[in-house]
Design a binder for this molecule. Sequence first.
Ligand code: SUG
Length: 447
Amino acid sequence: MNKTVEANFDGLVGPTHNYAGLSLGNIASTHHQSAPSNPKQAALQGLAKMKALHDMGLVQGVLAPQERPDVYTLRKLGFSGSDEQVLAEASRQAPTILAACSSASTMWTANAATVSPSADTTSGTVHFTPANLCNKFHRSIEHEITGRILKAVFSSEEHFTHHPALFSTSHFGDEGAANHTRFCQNYGDEGVEFFVYGRYSFDDARPAPTKFPARQTLEASQAVARNHQLNTRRTVFAQQNPEVIDQGVFHNDVIAVGNRNVLFCHEKAFLNQAQVYNDLKNAYGRDDFCIIEVPESQIRVETAVKSYLFNSQLLSTSDRDMTIVVPSDCQSDRQVATYLEGLVASDNPINDIKVFDLRQSMNNGGGPACLRLRVVLTSEELAATNQACLINDTLYTTLCHWVEKHYRDRLTEADLADPELLIESRTALDELTGLLKLGSIYQFQQV
Ligand code: SUG
């Protein structure tokens, strides 16, 4: 049967997961700076979500983490000698740079790339653009290997088109799918691609946040839309409300989520919100477009940022029904829990809730939606995808054992200079490339 599905590709948490307070504007990251982390638990929490979605009958993939600490970047910054010396000197002279080069931030695959399904593109292929993530140094070093991983998972040139990341300058700051949503009736239909940006690069007179950075620019979103050969009549651009960026909404997926005909968002998500709704309805072109708007009087932006209510996944369980996947923080907040009970009881497609403990990732500002990259695939495209990266019971068990074997259960900033950590990380990743049939994607495998 030729059925088009939406697959979720989650990032496997890497062995160096830690809390370094690297992301100004991301309140959880700042708040947990220097707290000890538990990489083993983080990876197992992520895998449990992947397994649960697979058990729901959905297509669930996994994207490999990257090599960290990134000694190649440290060498480019002037640290030299053996790997051990590079780590020791970086730790002594520039501990924050060592922390940035050790972040396991590639787990948040919503920022890995922007993906346009083949039904939306003139070429009839799925387009991928790795995000340059140039607003944060620790994330700006991800895109090259991200591109390699995506090519190893989606290698067929007949079905998949891979673009390089945009220019790594703040003018073209690009955060990938965290600022991009797609609406459609069925996944296989041509959809409406919705790009949300935080500021204009070439027009200082436009509104912009004043306290925290706006990571995504309009010009970056437009460039991605052009490269992906999208239908301009079915592409909508909207600006994030600068006021909420200043309250900790560093990506649009912290305040809005969409799936098929549903947009679930806070009333303060966008500038000129009524106009944005009109643009979306017009581009969508059918009268079943469903906007679920949450007013400030019911859930304050501050509460939304704390609970990550909108960093949820909306999963289609039938042609009409959807399940909302939320972090356990939504349950512990009484107001949010009550809101969710009302949401599933009222007349809209969302009628079930699934709750996951993602505390390790959440402490760095990464909820359920941050951990996944959505890739809509026809059955032919799915068949052309690297099958070894698709979660099933066996792969889940194998990956849990792999984590148990290689990961530590406690990591602090001082541990990042430990040369053993680098060796452990490389040993784990070398084994992983075999398990996921990725080939030699890492730099350490190329010497
Ligand atoms: O880019 N946190 C990530 C969280 C990304 C969440 N993604 C989405 N919303 N889609 C970020 O700010 C914190 C790392 C540290 O502080 O150690 C960090 O990178």
